[in-house]
Design a protein around this ligand. Structure first.
Ligand code: AHR
Length: 613
């Protein structure tokens, strides 16, 4: 096949926001994932699966013949929101012994050389006045770091203390311990909001795991769609994601049963998501709850008023000046500057409902009245109100994703832009039970190339879901895997990175001769500011393909750079082999500044970078 990149004719201007992320707490991507809190079950909000609180992940510590027990206590709550505490009842601490408790963290507590850890907890006692020892220990009992809280009182107070282990290697088989070795210790001590944070991404308090933040940053994302996905909807209206219960000091957040079957602490809440957007230079795309939940029940039209008002309150929290009620609340939480929110999405996957028309109208009308400049994204196609952007989702088999390469070629350009708010090749078909292998990644590359070719229309595109904690998946495939120690991209992650980090601002026409689409699929573009020309090619086939590539218009430098991801169809990355499939970068020569042959390996996704003279 011969491909001619047409720089001699004007191309289509591409939306600068094209590639970004869709994020929700699924697969333990938030708690136990990117949210850096290391203590599991820190505030006894509910049990792991959303039932009655328990002491899961805690154990009693009794050293040297000492005797104590731990119990969950609902009679001595921290406050009206966090109504259960851990009660340590000390009978006796023997000389040289200790009494206390440990927390095992999220499959261990990762300790890395050179890092300091910030521990905090609320405590009060019946008679013991201190001290308490706070430590990080290997599971076999080696103390890696310890510090002392000298005294505690008889009413709840927050104690904060730094732990500085001096270790030479990274380990995860560790626990967090609070104990006392005082032989005069006795009676009860109550604890709550027991927390341990490592250094975080961009040093944000209550922030992100640095490695997980960095792997997102490495794709140079432009937008962040949050907090769902299903996870905004609630299994019913009552259990929806409630923005106002995810803000303020963490000891005022009740948590909720998330829609993926496990407890969400909501430690990562609305403000943390917005700060994450600041730290990763992403435009927030804020999804708001729109009167529909996963039980397929809708709020009646006559009853929508309070819910619409709740969204307006949320938007005031995000965008209001400090003179407004909710803007002032945001300032009191540490962010005086209003966020420059541009995009609001009304609901999630409302094509499943029959009531979106009246619900969308109610939200659209109220938001537009208060914030005329906000761009509103609809999630169901059947609306009589103006539609500025429509969110389409694709979870299809490889052949179906490839067939959708042309999906938007003839789509009307009538002012409604497209968000592909979720897409992923599900090799076994929809939904959520497929491997994240090379074949899926190449089909993603075909599909994304089709979106990019139409990026005068497609304003946003995000793979979904973004993260999975190893062994904790509700949904496969995912873009990024991680465990307590490691993080790795799936082959699809590298496609996303290659396509997103090499972003054109103008999409160029490509003329094909001596062959047609399949197994090669492509998109070409240029970036004026850097004088780069990009050709992205996916080979969705089991044999290599050589293409003759020509440029019409300006000439390019005699050497190009290729970034190529390829492998066997079933190849993937995992904890045991995190770099099994990664892109390789090389150079190639270009004759006369405008012509070269390139061989695309079987099952491959390639970015060719050329540089205009
Ligand atoms: O990405 C997984 C789920 O797929 C999302 O939560 C939902 O929007 C879609 O059905």
């Amino acid at each position: 096949i011969s491909l001619t990149i047409r720089q001699d004719i004007a191309g289509n201007v591409s939306f600068p926001t094209l590639y970004g992320y869709m994020y929700e707490d699924i697969n333990h991507s938030g708690d136990g994932g990117i949210y850096a809190e290391m203590i599991r079950n820190r505030a006894f909000q509910m049990n792991d699966t959303g039932g009655a609180p328990d002491l899961a992940h805690y154990s009693s510590v009794n050293g040297g013949g000492s005797s104590s027990t731990i119990k969950l206590d609902s009679a001595v709550p921290l406050n009206d929101v966090l109504t259960h505490t851990l009660r340590l009842d000390i009978t006796q601490v023997k000389q040289g012994g200790r009494a206390g408790f440990s927390n095992e963290g999220w499959e261990g507590i990762r300790i890395q050389p050179g890092e300091k850890y910030m521990a905090s907890f609320f405590a009060k006692s019946s008679k013991y006045t201190g001290p308490l020892t706070v430590s990080i220990e290997s599971s076999s009992g080696t103390v890696l770091a310890k510090a002392t809280v000298p005294s505690i009182g008889s009413s709840f107070k927050k104690y904060t203390i730094e732990l500085a282990p001096s270790v030479k290697t990274t380990t995860t088989d560790n626990v967090f311990v609070i104990s006392t070795s005082s032989t005069n210790a006795s009676g009860s001590i109550w604890f709550d909001v027991i927390s341990l944070f490592p250094p975080t991404f961009k040093n944000r308090a209550n922030g992100l795991r640095t490695d997980l933040g960095q792997i997102l940053a490495d794709t140079k994302p432009s937008f962040f769609r949050f907090p769902g996905g299903n996870n905004i909807e609630g299994v019913n209206a009552q259990s929806r994601w409630k923005w106002n219960e995810t803000i303020g000091p963490i000891e005022t957040r009740p948590g909720r049963l998330g829609d993926w079957g496990y407890m969400n602490t909501d430690g990562q809440g609305l403000l943390e998501y917005l700060e994450m957007c600041e730290d990763l230079n992403m435009e927030p795309v804020l999804a708001v709850w729109a009167g529909y939940s996963l039980d397929q029940k809708s709020i009646a039209e006559a009853d929508l008023g309070p819910y619409v008002q709740d969204t307006l309150n949320e938007l005031e929290y995000v965008m209001g000046s400090t003179k407004t009620k909710y803007g002032a609340l945001r300032a009191s939480h540490g962010h005086a500057e209003p966020f420059d929110l541009k995009y609001v999405e009304v609901g999630n996957e409302d094509f499943f409902s029959t009531t979106y028309d009246y619900r969308y109208k109610a939200w659209y009308t109220a938001i537009k009245k208060a914030y005329p400049k906000l761009q509103i994204i609809a999630t169901g196609g059947e609306t009589s109100s103006p539609m500025e952007t429509l969110d389409d989702h694709y979870y299809l088999s490889g052949p179906d994703m490839v067939a959708d390469y042309n999906k938007y070629d003839n789509h009307p350009r009538n002012g409604t832009t497209i968000m592909v708010g979720e897409y992923a090749t599900n090799i076994n078909g929809c939904c959520g039970t497929s491997p994240a292998n090379v074949q899926a990644a190449v089909a993603d590359a075909v599909f994304a190339s089709g979106l990019e070719r139409n990026s005068d229309l497609v304003q946003f595109a995000a793979y979904a879901p973004t993260f999975t904690r190893d062994g904790q998946a509700q949904w496969n495939p995912d873009l990024i895997g991680f465990n307590t120690e490691q993080v790795w991209g799936t082959p699809s992650y590298y496609v996303q990175q290659m396509w997103s980090a090499n972003r054109a601002d103008m999409i160029l026409q490509v003329d094909a001769a001596n062959g047609n689409l399949g197994p090669l699929y492509w998109v070409a573009g240029s970036k004026n500011s850097t004088k780069q020309v990009f050709l992205k090619v996916a080979n969705y086939g089991s044999s290599s393909q050589t293409a003759s590539i020509n440029l019409k218009g300006s000439r390019v430098h005699s050497q190009g750079v290729s970034i190529v991801l390829s492998g066997g169809v079933n190849d993937t990355n995992s904890a045991a082999s995190p770099k099994n499939v990664v892109p390789k970068t090389s150079t190639f020569n270009i004759a006369g500044g405008n012509t070269f042959n390139f061989t695309f390996p079987a099952w491959s996704a390639s970015v060719l970078l050329l540089h205009n003279m």
